[in-house]
Write a protein that binds this ligand. Structure first.
Ligand code: KG4
Length: 337
């Protein structure tokens, strides 16, 4: 039997990405990142992101097809990130996918970006249910429980900023560049957690990262005004510890309450070395298997969109060609579009 070929497109934030899968095999995974173009603003400029996606999409599509040695006529279905994400950025990928699906008269699969981040883990090992997914990225911080494939329940989330946003804005005030996660992660290893900072933990499995972010920004500005020095490695270590410890503590509690067998970490912040080592050290002690995706599939790419699309294809989760984006798409509503 001929194995189906999925071409997936991702453009929800600052990466234009196209991946191609044949059956379970990833044939190509082209990513064109815009990070250097947003660096001078200390964060993603939404309007600029949309324009750069428009410039990069054809080249990225071409690269993915060449790497996979596949022609567009051979593709069985086109999958695309429909949300959540930046509205203008999402539109570019969606228009490309719709055009291709219409042109080749093939099914169009709308994919939820966060659900796809969880499925990225399947490039390493199969998902084992029930599982807890800790989704931590530049735009989201969510605890999701899955009892089976394509079954998502959000049990907790941030009520304001995402943890990645907190990393990026703290890095900006410390002049560490964008994205802030990597330099803070590196400097934290050279420092000690000597600063007392407020925990982002709220009741249940919810978080608030904006209080922690503002506290650190004010601390830096006030210290500078007094003409005193900030110990940057110590501040990075203190921030990272209070932020990640809160995630780990709630994660362990949720894993026990929901009797999960596996914990999956997903999203850009899951590249964090302290988060990874804490998950590896603490979850096996309560009998929970950690699924830690390799770094290449932690940040945004389209391989994860193709991976989740393969499950959606089997369930015929197809959209009409007049599909629109949804920047605030809830994970539970992944079949509604
Ligand atoms: O999932 P992602 O690629 O895209 C968005 O949701 O935007 O996540 C990007 C986020 C950024 O906030 C970046 O600072 C953070 O992931 N990040 C990290 C690390 N590497 C990237 N945060 C903490 N530690 C890291 N090593």
């Amino acid at each position: 039997m001929k194995e189906r070929i999925i071409l997936a497109i991702e453009s929800s934030c600052d990466e234009t990405a196209v991946a191609i899968m044949r059956g379970d095999k990833l044939l190509s995974n082209a990513v064109s990142t815009q990070i250097s173009m947003h660096q001078k603003y200390g964060g993603v400029m939404p309007e600029l992101a949309s324009r750069l996606h428009t410039e990069n999409i054809v080249y990225t599509l071409d690269t993915a097809l060449k790497d996979a040695n596949i022609k567009l006529e051979e593709v069985d279905t086109f999958a695309v990130t429909r949300g959540p994400g930046l509205i203008g950025a999402l539109h570019v990928g969606l228009q490309a996918a719709k055009t291709l699906a219409l042109l080749y008269n093939k099914p169009l699969i709308p994919v939820h970006h966060l659900a796809a981040h969880i499925y990225a883990s399947e490039f390493v090992k199969p998902l084992v249910f029930p599982l807890l997914a800790i989704v931590v990225s530049g735009g989201n911080t969510e605890f999701v429980v899955m009892k089976k494939h394509l079954d998502f329940t959000t049990i907790g989330e941030t009520r304001d900023d995402a943890i990645g946003e907190c990393y990026d804005k703290i890095a900006r005030v410390l002049n560490l560049g964008y994205p802030g996660g990597i330099p803070i992660d590196r400097l934290a290893k050279e420092g000690e957690a000597t600063y007392k900072l407020p925990s982002p933990a709220l009741t249940g499995y919810d978080f608030s990262f904006s209080g922690l972010k503002t506290h650190v920004i004010n601390l830096v500005n006030n210290t500078k005004q007094r003409g005193e020095e900030i110990n940057v490695p110590n501040l990075c270590a203190s921030f990272q510890k209070v932020a990640i410890d809160a995630i780990i503590k709630k994660g362990l509690k949720a894993a026990q309450e929901y009797k999960v067998k596996q914990v999956v970490i997903a999203g850009g912040v899951s590249a964090n070395s302290y988060l990874r080592s804490e998950v590896l050290a603490k979850f096996p002690k309560i009998g929970v298997d950690p699924a830690i995706p390799p770094l290449w599939c932690c940040t945004d790419q389209a391989a994860m969109i193709a991976k989740l699309a393969s499950y959606l294809y089997d369930e015929k989760v197809f959209a009409d060609y007049d599909l629109g984006v949804d920047p605030n798409w809830e994970i539970e509503d992944f079949r509604e579009f």
